[in-house]
Write a protein that binds this ligand. Sequence first.
Ligand code: ADP
Ligand code: MG
Ligand code: MG
Length: 898
Amino acid sequence: KARVFKFGNKTADGNSTMKNLLGGKGANLAEMSSIGIPVPPGFTITTEVCTEYNLLGQGAVVEMINEDIEDCIANIESQMGTIFGDKDNPLLVSVRSGARVSMPGMMDTVLNLGMNDEVVLGLAKKTNNEQFAWDSYRRFIQMYGGVVLGMKPASKDDIDPFEEIMEHLKEKRGIELDTEFTVQDLKDLVYDFKDAVKKRTGQDFPTNPWNQLWGAIIAVFNSWNGDRAIYYRNMNGYPADWGTAVNVQAMVYGNMGDNSGTGVCFTRDAGTGENVFNGEYLINAQGEDVVAGVRTPQQITKLGSQRWAELAKVEETDRAKNYPSLEELMPSIFKELNSYQDILEKHYRDMQDMEFTIQDGKLWILQTRNGKRTGAAMVKIAMDLLKEGMINEKEAILLVEPNKLDELLHPVFDPSALKKANVIAQGLPASPGAATGKIVFFADEANKYKNSILVRIETSPEDLEGMNIAKGILTARGGMTSHAAVVARGMGKCCISGAGALKINYKKRTLTVGDHIYHEGDWISLNGSTGNIIEGKVATIEPELSGEFAEIMKLSDKYSKMKVRTNADSPKDAKVARGFGAQGIGLTRTEHMFFELDRIKAMREMILADTVKGRKQALEDLLPMQRDDFEGIFEAMEGHAVTIRLLDPPLHEFVPHQLATQKDLADEMHISLQAVKNKVAELEEFNPMLGHRGCRLGNTYPEITEMQTRAIIEAALNLKERGVICKPEIMVPLIGTVKEFEAQDAIIRTTANTIFEERNDKVEYLVGTMIEIPRAALMADLIAEKADFFSFGTNDLTQMAFGYSRDDAGKFLPIYIEKGILKNDPFEILDQEGVGQLVKIGTERGRSTKPNLKVGICGEHGGEPSSIEFCYNTGMDYVSCSPYRVPIARLVSAQAAI
Ligand code: ADP
Ligand code: MG
Ligand code: MG
């Protein structure tokens, strides 16, 4: 089994398809080498060796690959004409980590390895460049000390011992830039650096190049199991056995003087997607200098340089003289680089992000990869590549990352304003978008300011209206599926939840973070995409739904085999979703309609009524309101199917829990406060999620189901009269037994027939059920004999299958995920392994008795990419998700079918 792969001199043992074995960087270095791009020769130690190291330890691994490595170094030596460790003609190498995917937390690169007190003299003599040789040496000790010997600062507040020494010297010498150090300065730095290493580690800095090399290789392997890497792996669900590869490569020097330099470039604009070659470089620099911002980098192209100068307010003459582009400064190098970027983009058929170094007038390419990009750039690049004939339609669809589409659907912060923002705390990015406003602490005060941010410990259904008015929602408690999060996502409203650092005092109307106190009316801003809570006002810009976005959606529909519906509770939401291309509604939560002011009153009257007659009276008041809503929703859906769920939540959610509101209610209803209090107490449940809710309501209070059915059917008939076609699908929630469904089905059909007779007219409608109790999934064959359709309510199904209360899981889920007990939040990403079985069983058994049974999903998972793919593979007819996720679901549905 090959453990080490060579590359260089237009050949390579590996290629770009071997990312799992060679890591992304190694695979692409090999590929570039074989297609004739000038890559410094080197070799890649495979990710499998990393795994072997973790199992067997250093000794075994040294034994396994020592010979290979000596071989490979000899190969580099012969290609470069230099010798590793030789004091007259030394070869120096870089040691670079590289997992399958680029990962923060992995070991940083060590450059100029192979250096010691003798080698530095030889290098200086050979190149006739003392400055360069000593600069390389001090860089090497700094990097090796930092990443291999563990002398990196542990936190932001820690001081970097090497930086400290440098700063000290700069101060003493009255200089600002690293390039201003004299040879003597650099020699002093090397001396002081070594001294610092000795003091900190108790060991002399290693002088033997082979020991240095092994030290660095092992450090890369160890970094795979570093805290940050593990955290990142867990967050993304990458398994520990992937391991990382190690790349060892001949150094090329960008720090040899004014005919040398280093830079990064992109084949297209990563921000906008515009098809312009662009990037930055620095003369006489090495490694990450460009990115680290030691000096102001210059632009690669003349156009880029001019654009930059405009923003930086630099005069053209000044620009041309002091910040010339590479195109102007080194025209032939630029031409060569330009040709490589063209070759590489065509070769990889995607936008490339490249690293290069110029050593004394010769250009080397050090890395290429598919470039990271914004959502807007992603969509534009996909469509442009298609139009340019570089990729086909399916490839264009696959080039779009579903979750990134979100960026295109919400208002966004002005990136330049964001740079200056003061982030005061961090919460969960519950619903993306950007919101700026004044703090309010109570939902019914959301309209106190023109732009308000509702800040709550947590929200409840009573807050709905205020949430709708506020520009953004911030809660101290709750997870990604908390009430605030779910509702906000539905509204497409920016929300940050579970920001534990916030101390909220409702009485004093203050928000405390650390020792800083914010008051009602103070400005704050929320970045719902990152979870950052920002002090003050941050400017936002409206998103542009560009032409390419519409094009990619159209293309998706061409390949998609599953319909995408939406969860919408109001005509407004329905219209938004329809605008995003929803082909129907998979879930209308009727209870959300009851929270509006005049309605909650009627609802409460209904609940407080002690007799059937009293209830019916109150329900009669509600009927016209519900009917109106349904008419609006049906109309917005333009003939597409609309699924309406009957009342689901426990009744206690509708009654007031505060004394003042209870008093108001008592007055209005002309009953005693005590009577209200008694009723509220009566509705109290030990476990409301498993309590008197769902079809249990409709089966104990049939008049509720009757009223809702009437509202639905009458709305449909009214529309029919106006020539609008609609096809209601009435959905019974939370059934666990066939009988529960049958009882509701009977009420619905009887009511419908009565209305048909009354009106002497008819509409088509379906009666189906949610499958959200595990028992219902298991009994699906019997249920399907009666039900017209199934809709998997995966929120409740997850809750009941795991036995996790959705409202309490926030206390332990984050810890479970951190500890790796759970891979991710099952309320966010459908647990295909376990809960998924119930979905599969339910679908299969249902279709065993009714082969053409319509099956869909209406849980929050319906908008989550991996879950959507699962739904497709399960054979569902549609997924249903919040309006703002409809485009994402359309895309994923196409990707799943491709
Ligand atoms: P990262 O994965 O963080 O980008 P890299 O391994 O790409 O780390 O290296 C960091 C920097 O060092 C990059 O700018 C890269 O171009 C540079 N570099 C790496 N190897 C060499 C080398 N052999 N010669 C010159 N520069 C190098
Ligand atoms: Mg790199
Ligand atoms: Mg449910």
